[in-house]
Design a protein around this ligand. Structure first.
Ligand code: PEP
Ligand code: MN
Length: 263
């Protein structure tokens, strides 16, 4: 169902008035995790002011260490809904546990499946029965074929509103957190009709590389990017090193606008 043979024309994922996969380059931005009302609302206003179309923020955080901040859970979801109410921006947040589907669905506009859950088949089957759009991240060790098979789980359960996301894979290189597989974009575009976006924040682990790789995402034909931005990255509960400051976020948006004009 994910293949071009099954469906030739591009799938457009509808989220409010945002059309992902329609030719418009969509920027999703926000903090790694929801930390407080003040932090999230401030982030949301910055995203909207800069021209971002979707607010991101994790309420359930699948952290490498059990001792790291695990997220605000339902309180975080409520804050995301509040931020949407205040700014009109649709929100995307991660679902970690299949049992939380009703809860997460009640608050979010897009269900995010994280890199670590790309082959959590129970979760994929469950969200396949949902009518909410899904942002499916490639795992750090999944091949493109495996990513497409994971998407197939969701489509075959009845949900065709799936956005694929390349967020870096594990290689021998240690200069960046992961290695952005930019070639995944044209390869996926050939194999599937689903929209493809890039996450340069988790791919590199460093804010400095987020702007150049966002430019690369636009140039290579991705349908958008999802980037981490924090009002005060040095105070972030997680992923501060890869989070853009508001100023850098505005700079990113200006650069993308200029590039879109040229392309
Ligand atoms: C995230 O987007 O906050 C996240 C945890 O990303 P990933 O699943 O790609 O590591
Ligand atoms: Mn993060």
């Amino acid at each position: 169902l994910t293949s071009r043979e099954a469906k030739e024309e591009d799938t457009v994922v509808h989220v409010g008035d945002v059309r992902i996969g329609s030719g418009e380059f969509v920027v999703m931005a926000g903090p790694c995790s929801v930390e407080s009302e003040e932090q999230l609302l401030e982030s949301a206003y910055i995203v909207r002011k800069g021209g971002g179309r979707i607010l991101r923020g994790g309420a359930f955080k699948p952290r490498t260490s059990p001792y790291s901040f695990q997220g605000m859970e339902e309180d975080g979801l409520k804050l995301l809904a509040k931020a949407r109410e205040k700014t009109g921006l649709p929100v995307v947040t991660e679902i970690v546990n299949p049992e939380d589907l009703d809860l997460v669905e009640a608050y979010t506009d897009i269900l995010q499946v994280g890199a670590r859950n790309v082959q959590n088949f129970a979760l994929l089957k469950k969200i396949g029965r949902s009518r909410k759009p899904v942002l499916l991240k490639r795992g750090m060790m999944t091949t493109i074929e495996e990513l497409l098979m994971s998407a197939e789980y969701i489509l075959s359960a009845g949900n065709d509103q799936v956005i694929l996301c390349e967020r870096g894979i594990r290689t021998f290189e240690t200069a960046t957190r992961n290695t952005l597989d930019i070639s995944a974009v044209p390869v996926l575009k050939e194999l599937t009709h689903l929209p493809v976006i890039i996450d340069p924040s988790h791919a590199t682990g460093h804010w400095k590389y987020v702007i150049p790789l966002s430019r690369a995402a636009l140039a290579v034909g991705a349908d958008g990017v999802i980037v981490e931005m924090h009002p005060q990255p040095e105070k972030a509960f997680c992923d501060g090193a890869q989070s853009l400051t508001p100023e850098k976020f505005y700079e990113l948006m200006e650069e993308l606008k200029t590039m879109e004009y040229v392309l």
